[in-house]
Design a protein. Structure first.
Length: 75
């Protein structure tokens, strides 16, 4: 079963976006991506590697907030 232990964000670039996105990685798998849309709305995109991922609500909130902080710093 996958958990968020040992996960980290890495910056990803997409030439079709105004702002960079950040990928949450567990081992070599992308679990989700966060970032701001071209309209400035914060978005979370879940990848296919997420099935079977078990997290507590507080872990999930902390993870999303960390991603949002990184995205804010990069705006």
């Amino acid at each position: 079963m996958k958990t968020l232990k040992g996960c980290e964000f890495q910056k990803a670039s997409d030439v079709d976006r105004e702002y960079a996105s950040f990928e949450l990685m567990i081992d070599d798998e992308i679990i989700l991506e966060v970032g701001f849309s071209d309209d400035g709305e914060f978005q979370v995109f879940f990848e296919y590697a997420a099935p079977g991922l078990l997290v507590t609500w507080s872990e999930f909130q902390a993870c999303i907030e960390r991603g949002r902080e990184l995205a804010e710093l990069d705006r």
